[in-house]
Design a protein around this ligand. Structure first.
Ligand code: ADP
Ligand code: MG
Length: 327
């Protein structure tokens, strides 16, 4: 059974960046205003996420790493929203099957914190009292120590670090009210740092730097017919190493939509100066029941109801913005 669970877990957590994405979402769900990430060897040796969120109650430490254990069902009005991303309560469980996992946490109600280690979905021994501030520190060590083939199939620590940094950067742009820090073991300066109570524009400039054009176009739109809301920032980058960038969030989750990216790139093609690439941040809200539930969670590729129509509308909006700024 352990082996079957491990294989299933390895499907959900395929590389350090998948684990980071899940942990960032947990910290954000816990209403953190500061999230600090510390990594060694591209997250393969060590990945530690510290937040100042609500913390986990002591009694919940017994069960947080059991599959399908979640404290988040109550806030979904609609069961289909749980099905949407198909794997509620699987992230910590999965990580505990493919790495050494330690959780240190303290809630506002408890006088001291607790530290617990997990293996294969189970708490090892008991949670031990410890000092600490409110919030949670999740430590993942030796990812895929028990899956040598998966480990070998991964890219170099440098490439894995790049993917971690990419995920963190996108969440930082999407959540400007939260301060994010990413540190590499042994380096004095953080690789990435955003202030608390920043703005999306500011974070884009901080993170993506000098190659970003001065002008950032912003639009938001509510569509009554196809029932979506969109918030969008458009600009361009001129460094040649980067290709077209799309930061797409649907219902607060970082996803990919090849259809949408393709459409947006096509619109840009007419307006871009030579050597420039599109840079697009888009946050889309859809009725949860309109998202395709049959897409495997690790693919991050989504499909949704009225996709062609919605993509067409978004394309028109982007075009109107780019046209307006060129006129
Ligand atoms: P899910 O997020 O789908 O509920 P996870 O496996 O990611 O499932 O997390 C399990 C549970 O652990 C969460 O429902 C939450 O109660 C708790 N949890 C995980 N990370 C944190 C955190 N950083 N702060 C507070 N609670 C957390
Ligand atoms: Mg989660």
């Amino acid at each position: 059974e352990v082996v079957v669970n491990r294989i299933a877990a390895g499907e959900i957590i395929q590389r350090p960046a998948n684990a980071l994405k899940e942990l960032l979402e947990n910290s954000l769900d816990a209403k953190s205003s500061h999230i600090q990430v510390h990594v060694k060897s591209g997250g393969l040796k060590l990945m530690q996420i510290q937040d100042n969120g609500t913390g986990i109650r002591r009694e919940d430490l017994e069960i947080v790493c059991e599959r399908f254990t979640t404290s988040k069902l109550a806030k979904f009005e609609d069961l289909s929203q749980i099905a949407t991303f198909g794997f509620r309560g699987e992230a910590l469980a999965s990580i505990s099957h493919v790495a050494h996992l330690t959780i240190q946490t303290k809630t506002a109600q408890e006088r001291c914190g607790y530290k617990a280690t997990y293996a294969d979905g189970r708490l090892q021994g008991q949670a031990k009292p410890c000092a600490g501030n409110q919030g949670t520190i999740i430590t993942i060590e030796d990812l895929f120590y028990n899956m040598p083939q998966r480990r070998q199939a991964l890219k170099s620590p440098t490439d894995e670090f790049q993917k971690l940094s990419d995920v963190l950067a996108k969440y930082a742009v999407h959540n400007p009210h939260v301060g994010f820090t990413l540190r590499k073991q042994g380096e004095a300066q953080p690789s990435l740092k955003t202030p608390v109570a920043s703005s999306r524009e500011e974070n884009i400039r901080i993170i993506y730097g000098a190659g970003i054009s001065k002008e950032l176009l912003h639009f938001s739109h509510t569509d009554e017919v196809y029932k979506f809301e969109v918030e969008c920032l458009l600009t361009q980058v001129n460094y040649s190493a980067k290709r077209s960038q799309m930061l797409l969030f649907i219902n607060q989750r970082l996803v990919e939509s090849p259809a949408l990216k393709c459409a947006v790139d096509a619109v840009y093609a007419t307006y871009l100066p030579r050597g420039h690439h599109p840079f697009v941040y888009m946050s889309l809200r859809l009725p949860p029941q309109n998202l395709d539930v049959n897409v495997h969670p690790t693919k991050h590729e989504v499909h949704f109801l009225y996709q062609d129509e919605i993509v067409e509308r978004l394309k028109e909006q982007v075009e109107a913005q780019l046209l307006g700024s060129n006129a």
